[in-house]
Design a protein around this ligand. Sequence first.
Ligand SMILES: Nc1ncnc2c1ncn2[C@@H]1O[C@H](COP(=O)(O)OP(=O)(O)OP(=O)(O)O)[C@@H](O)[C@H]1O
Ligand SMILES: [Mg+2]
Length: 270
Amino acid sequence: MRLATLRNEPDSAQPSAAQPFAFKLSNVTVAYRSYQERPSSLKETVIRFMRTGKMKHYSTFDALNDVSLEINKGTVLGIIGSNGSGKSTLLKVMAQVLKPTQGRVVVNGSVSSLIELGVGFDPELNAVENIFLNGSLHKKSNADIKSRVDHILEFAELHDFARTPIKYFSSGMAARLGFAVAIDINPDILIVDEILAVGDERFQAKCSTVFQNFLKSGKTIIIVSHDMSMLEHTAREIVLLSRGKIVFRGDPHHAIGMYRDKSYETALQG
Ligand SMILES: Nc1ncnc2c1ncn2[C@@H]1O[C@H](COP(=O)(O)OP(=O)(O)OP(=O)(O)O)[C@@H](O)[C@H]1O
Ligand SMILES: [Mg+2]
C-alpha cells in the first residue's frame, strides 16, 4: 500500500465558499482494461486475429459506472461495498489522483487524502526527511515545515523513530505518520481509505477525536472502511457501492443492514 497526502486548491472558477457542497460528481465513469490470457505465440495471435478480427487481448470494464453524487460540506460520508466494488476508485477520483474516463468532478475546498500507504513518501528516507519531502510537495517553506515536525511526530507518537527509514516501519506506524502529515495540512476535506484500520485502538481513538474537531469546524470527511461499527458511530450517511454503481445512499444503519444481508446484490442480478 502507498499513502497519499495531496492538496488540491479550490477551483475558483467553479465553486465558492458560499456554496454548500464539498464534491459534485456528475455521471462519472472509470473504465479499466481487463486482460485476458496473452497469446503465447505468433501463431496463436494470428489464429486469434483470424477468429475475432482483433489483435488486442483485453476488454474494458467500468470500475465506476455513471456515478453522480453531491456531498455537502460539514458531513462525514462513509463508503462501503464488497471488495472490488469501486470504493478506492471513487476516492481516487474525488482526490483527483485519477481522471475519470467520462463525467465531471467539481471539488470545493482543499483536499488531503490518505488513499494508499506510501504515496508522497520515500521508503529509504527517515520520518523527519519524509515530513520535509511531503511538505515540499505541498510547496511549504523549509522554515514552515521545521516548525511543524515536532508536532507531527508527537501526534504520530513516533519521536523514538524519527531517524528510522520508513521502510522499516510497521504498517500501523506508516499509517500514523501519514495521518499526522495529512491532518497537519489542515484541509477543508479529508479523504481516508481503510488505512486507519491498521492503527491500534489508542491511535484510532485519537483519530476519532480529530474527526470530531474537524467536523466542529465545518469540514468534510469521506471515509472508506470495512469496519461497520466504526462507520455506524462516525458517519452521518453512507453510500453503498456495488459493481461500480451506487445502490443506496442515506441512513448508516439502513446502508449497513443492506450490505450485511446482501439483498441488493440479488436485486441487481435480477
Ligand atoms: N489500475 C487498475 N487497472 C485495472 N483494474 C483496476 C485498477 N484499479 C482497480 N481496478 C479494478 O477496479 C475494480 C474496483 O477496484 P477498487 O480498488 O476501487 O475496489 P474497492 O471497492 O476499493 O475494493 P477493496 O474493498 O478490495 O479495497 C476492481 O475490479 C479492480 O480490480
Ligand atoms: Mg479499496
